[in-house]
Design a protein. Structure first.
Ligand code: UD1
Length: 370
């Protein structure tokens, strides 16, 4: 019998946790599958600690049934250089000690890129889940992380065919690319299959389709005073007509305080602490419209066919626009785009190919056969 295939799975920030959870489940299923003479998978989980608040990290481990990480690097916040360097310094000994066959990284956060750099320099093979996405906007830190990660990874596990095309255009050989589908949707389908009790909608007394769900945290939207002030003014105006539910990211909360910004008195806006996975899914499913700059919410709203406006000049997830329910907007166009959406159908779009809950399984197969 072959020795087990050793994986180190890396997660660091909020959107990573729902990407590793389905993988862990697929690995557990693989190992439980009575593989006579087959190869088992041994999997260690590394939490870099890029996100550390309970609401940004632990709630996702609890809700997604993720095992406690085998390693917690506890890096915390910092500038990009400081955070990236700190992750690299702390991940290197873990990699040396555990001698994995593969380091598996997900998404596009600083932890993704930092651990890829370490593994590549140690000669450890890297598999990137959610490879090939491109916004073609290098002012986004995530775009730099994607380009570096994909440039170094040995196995590029892509969510959609546009990602394959991007990689091929960059000269990545087809032999390194596997179109496996969207891992976030595995987490979503598994979550929806579990019994759902009364949730955030009931707690907040919201009727189905009666509110706008807002999340905003991108530096381009919240780190510049004029942009954030303009958005706060638009949301205050919107909230005169529609209840707005706005779980606020720590970055955004800090900036609002720093810039001395507040919503208009009497605006029907519920500012919440960051919500957990189940609550965010429930809000996305029953909102009249989602207004966001998150990558994950563009995909989750597409899955529910909930109209989504993305407050960004571009998206690395074009299928959410060409097939799904998403469209891009700007601060200047926001009011008229919202009017259009709110006059339009309550549900629209369709699900892209391979959003079927089987991506974790396909990733396990790709790792076993590479
Ligand atoms: C990071 C990711 C982004 C992802 C987002 C999801 C990068 C470059 N960015 O952005 O792609 O969409 O996570 O949330 O990796 N903070 C806390 N508590 C925490 C974590 C952060 O208070 O648990 C505060 C800190 O002040 C920190 C700031 O939020 O400086 C930003 O955190 P950081 O991880 O640097 O970036 P995000 O904006 O969260």
């Amino acid at each position: 019998m072959k020795p087990p295939l050793r994986l180190l799975l890396v997660a660091g920030a909020r959107p990573n946790f729902m990407k590793i959870a389905p993988l862990v489940k697929a690995i557990q299923r693989h190992n439980a599958g009575g593989l006579a003479g087959g190869q088992l998978i041994q999997c260690g989980i590394v939490h870099t600690g890029q996100h550390y608040d309970t609401q940004m990290s632990q709630v996702f481990f609890d809700e997604l049934g993720l095992p406690k990480p085998d390693y917690n690097l506890e890096v915390g916040s910092g500038s990009h250089a400081v955070q990236t360097a700190e992750i690299m310094k702390r991940f290197e000994p873990v990699c040396l000690e555990s001698k994995p066959d593969w380091v598996v990284v997900v998404g596009d956060v600083n932890s993704t890129m930092a651990c890829t750099l370490v593994a590549a320099k140690l000669g450890v093979r890297v598999a990137h889940v959610e490879a090939g996405l491109r916004s073609f906007d290098r002012t986004m830190p995530e775009e730099i992380n994607r380009i570096v990660t994909d440039g170094l990874a040995d196995l590029l596990l892509t969510p959609s065919s546009d990602a394959d095309e991007n990689l091929k255009r960059e000269g990545v050989p087809a032999s390194k690319i596997r179109l496996v589908g969207n891992i976030m949707i595995d987490a979503l389908i598994a979550h929806l299959a579990r019994p759902q009790g009364p949730g955030i909608r009931e707690r907040l007394g919201l009727k189905e389709g009666s509110f706008i769900y807002v999340t905003l945290h991108r530096p381009s939207n919240v780190d510049v005073r004029e942009s954030l002030a303009g958005t706060v003014a638009e949301l205050s105006r919107l909230a005169a007509q529609w209840p707005v539910i706005f779980p606020i990211h720590p970055r955004t909360r800090k900036r609002m305080e720093e810039f001395g910004l507040a919503f208009a008195p009497g605006a029907n806006i519920q500012l919440l602490d960051p919500v957990g996975y189940g609550d965010s899914v429930a809000l996305t499913k029953s909102a009249r419209c989602v207004l966001t700059d998150s990558g994950g919410l563009q995909e989750e709203s597409t899955y529910f066919h909930t109209p989504c406006l993305t407050l960004r000049p571009n998206t690395e997830r074009p299928v959410t626009i060409t097939i799904g329910s998403n469209r891009l907007t700007t601060l200047e166009r926001l009011r008229s785009d919202l009017e259009t959406v709110l006059r339009g159908p309550e549900r629209l779009g369709a699900n892209p190919p391979l959003w079927d809950g089987q991506t974790g399984q396909r990733i396990v197969e790709a790792l076993m056969n590479s």
